[in-house]
Design a protein around this ligand. Structure first.
Ligand code: GLU
Length: 363
């Protein structure tokens, strides 16, 4: 089946290096062409959530001569000025197609709280229900240093998972993942990567390109993680004409597709899959418990299989699951606070530490 027939909703991430020209300024012609493609995708009956970078680059292009500032202040100033410019350009261009777009600025912290997460999901769903194109970016004015996403690639992964998209298209200024050094003629783009295999890691070169934070390394790890959740992921060159529609029509153009895992994750598990950095504690489990979790049956994690607990957490907080050699096995929502749970270590208890439905296990 042709991709466009199987998709109802997709996320598209556009990097700063697609949106800006060699002079560092926003490339209106390029943005206009992207908007035109998004319009065509929507005409096929597919919802689009756009994750767009470019705020910092746009701000820097107009305010390059500034008073002395540290790097954090400069990023805050440029993103605040640039985001206004960027969203105005999108609004004008979408209006030409009779469409409204809306701005969603978010932070990593918003994903750590399930209530904020659901509010954000509800807000974007409402936009889509009303034919409004959500344009998401990180709120760079408040997310600094450790609170930041690695880059917008990471954000686009979270958004596509949260919004139940069938596909995520990550656009930068390279054609995809190469089987060697992209600058050498003998290298070519790998058309398909099987997400569950680790065989491709040797090809990932640490190549940073122009503006923006993300390199191919983060694109690869985000793409793999998202594909393992059952979502089709494409890494492609956003500076090529008709790239988005070309991917959906399965045309013979260069891009890398991550073949997803067959099984789709439930929505409560999707949130957990991305909650590692919010975990408040660790449960160390014995071999028997680990075997039970990875069994074909849907087993919950019982306190009888727990050998130690670290950290202070409340009931409902996310905790990591580790084996006795320190391997990370997964994440789950604790049904006890840490004090209660610590008293019941190794014992038979009334309810499990983590219910199966609120547990995400790594492959
Ligand atoms: N949020 C940043 C911006 O809009 C970009 C982050 C990234 O490069 O991934 O400029």
């Amino acid at each position: 089946m042709n991709h466009k027939q199987s998709y109802k909703r997709i996320a598209i991430k556009v990097g700063s290096n697609v949106l800006t020209g060699t002079d560092g300024k926003l490339d209106i012609g390029r943005i206009s062409h992207l908007v035109e493609q998004i319009n065509r995708v929507r005409e096929l009956g597919i919802d689009v959530v756009l994750v767009s970078s470019g705020a910092v680059a746009a701000g820097r292009a107009v305010l390059s001569e500034t008073n002395k500032m540290d790097a954090v202040s400069a990023r805050q100033l440029w993103s605040a000025v640039g985001q206004v410019k960027l969203i105005n350009i999108y609004a004008e261009l979408f209006a030409k197609h009779g469409l409204y777009c809306a701005q969603v600025l978010t932070t990593k912290e918003n994903f750590s709280d399930r209530r904020h997460y659901l509010n954000m999901k509800n807000c974007i769903s409402t936009m889509l229900d009303n034919n409004v194109i959500p344009i998401v970016n990180e709120n760079d004015t408040i997310s600094v240093t450790e609170l930041m996403f690695t880059d917008n690639d990471e954000l686009s992964g979270l958004i596509s998972s949260m919004m139940g998209c069938q596909a995520l298209i990550i656009l930068s200024n390279v054609d995809g993942i190469y089987d060697g050094n992209p600058n050498e003629e003998t290298s070519s783009v790998i058309p398909e990567i099987i997400a569950s295999s680790r065989n491709y890691e040797r090809y990932i070169l640490m190549q940073k390109s122009g503006f923006g934070r993300g390199g191919m390394h983060t694109k690869y790890s985000v793409a793999r993680k998202i594909a393992l959740e059952g979502i089709d992921v494409f890494i492609a060159n956003g500076t090529r004409n008709d790239i988005i529609t070309g991917i959906l029509n399965e045309e013979d153009i260069p891009f890398t597709r991550f073949q997803p895992n067959g099984k789709k994750l439930k929505s409560s598990k999707k949130w957990l899959a991305h909650s590692d950095s919010f975990a408040k504690g660790v449960a160390i489990i014995n071999e028997g418990a680990s075997d039970a979790l990875f069994d074909m049956k849907a087993n919950s994690l019982l306190l009888i299989g727990v050998t130690a607990l670290d950290g202070f957490f409340k009931k409902g907080d996310v905790i990591r699951i580790q084996d006795e050699s320190g391997n990370q096995l997964g994440l789950g929502k604790s049904q006890y606070n840490s004090d209660e749970a610590k008293e019941l270590i190794g014992k038979k208890a009334r309810k499990p530490l983590i219910y199966y439905d609120y547990m995400f296990l790594y492959e």
